[in-house]
Structure formats: structure tokens, C-alpha cells
Design a protein around this ligand. Structure first.
Ligand code: SAM
Length: 188
């Protein structure tokens, strides 16, 4: 089964967890990995790799000696990514329990999580885990679909970012993604 079909199957099984029917595009992967400063990072944490849309780009940019771990809630998708990138550390686990999967403080956190389908308390729990796990000088990058970001849920998520981070910026919209999306990149 192709990687995309596997992703769609997982969306149909768990729409409230996967949150997107289509994996992110290479253009969005390049954008998020660039603003997350992966090329200079000592330790990169990816949360919600799905079928690995960002993982390959991260691994290509990772400098020699830097550490990497990806935490994916779906055991099926975690297995798929682990097969695709056998040298990488891919953990089947939940972002609400990040500390259990880390051996140090990541200075670059790349998220593929579908924030819009999460409730407010889950968003807070995961953002709290991220800020307490990452290093003081760390960067957090996550994407949002353009359009829905203006709706109530999108604005509420932006307020959560404001509450958890001191410096929040966003990239221009990546139109060659379905749907078009942009990246928030934040500092503690
Ligand atoms: C929108 S998909 C994005 C996948 C990929 N990063 C991309 O951009 O194509 C969201 C992924 O986050 C995973 N996920 C959802 N909740 C999670 C959680 N609490 N902890 C870890 N992964 C989670 C889902 O299983 C899914 O693979």
C-alpha cells in the first residue's frame, strides 16, 4: 500500500487524531524545517510525523552528531515511518507524555499535530509538555491551514501560542500544499 493511502486509511480510522486527509507537501516540509532551524540544531524532536512528510526533510538537514526523535501516536504510522527511515529513532507514543521519550532538551521542535481538531485542554497539555521539554534557546514550529486560521478555533489556537511562547511569527502561505498552509515559529 502506498504511503499516501496508508495515511488516508489512518485518517478514516481516527479523524480526530490524524486531522488531515492528505499528507503535507515537500514545499511545506522545506518551509517548516527551514524556520525550525533544523540545520543548526543539536537535538530535533518531531511530533506527529504521520507518514514522514517532514521526517525525510529533517533527516536530510540534520547536522552530523545531532540527535533526532519522532513521537507518533498511531502505532501503524510509527511503524511506517520507522520502516521508511530505519536509522532514525521513531517512537510510538503520545505528545502528552513527551518527557518519557526524550533524553535531553530538544532545541528544535517540529510539529505536524492537527491542533484544530484538539480540544482546548489537550492543546494546553501538549503545549505545556513542549515548553517544559525544550531548551531555553529552543524553537517550536507548527503549521496551520490558511483560511481556517481565521475561524474561532484557529484564533483560539493562536491565543494559546501567545500564552505559551513570547515570540511568535509566521511564514508566507505555502500555496503548493493541500490545503494551503503557513508555519508558526515560536520561541520560549
Ligand atoms: C495532520 S497529521 C500530519 C502528519 C505529517 N506531519 C504531515 O504533515 O503530513 C497529524 C499526525 O499527528 C499524529 N498525532 C495526533 N495526536 C498525537 C499525539 N497526541 N501525539 C503524537 N502524535 C499525534 C497523528 O497520528 C498524525 O500522524
Amino acid at each position: 500500500m502506498s504511503l499516501t493511502l496508508r495515511f488516508i486509511r489512518e485518517f478514516l480510522r481516527s479523524p480526530g487524531s490524524v486531522g488531515a486527509i492528505w499528507p503535507s507537501s515537500p514545499a511545506l516540509a522545506r518551509t517548516i524545517v527551514h524556520v525550525a532551524n533544523v540545520a543548526d540544531a543539536r537535538y530535533v524532536l518531531e511530533i506527529g510525523p504521520g507518514n514522514g512528510a517532514f521526517t525525510g526533510e529533517i533527516l536530510d538537514r540534520l547536522r552530523a552528531g545531532a540527535k533526532f526523535v519522532a513521537v507518533e501516536k498511531s502505532p501503524d504510522l510509527a511503524r511506517t515511518v520507522a520502516k521508511r527511515f530505519p536509522a532514525a529513532r521513531i517512537v510510538a507514543g503520545c505528545a502528552t507524555d513527551l518527557a518519557a521519550h526524550l533524553d535531553g532538551a530538544p532545541d528544535s521542535v517540529v510539529s505536524g499535530l492537527p491542533w484544530a481538531v484538539f480540544g482546548a485542554s489537550l492543546q494546553d497539555a501538549i503545549l505545556g509538555q513542549i515548553t517544559s521539554a525544550m531548551s531555553q534557546d529552543g524553537t517550536f514550529a507548527t503549521f496551520a491551514y490558511f483560511g481556517p486560521h481565521r475561524l474561532k478555533a484557529g484564533r483560539a489556537f493562536r491565543s494559546k501560542l501567545d500564552a505559551h511562547f513570547r515570540d511568535i511569527r509566521r511564514t508566507p502561505v505555502v500555496v503548493s500544499n493541500f490545503p494551503p498552509a503557513f508555519v508558526y515559529f515560536c520561541r520560549r
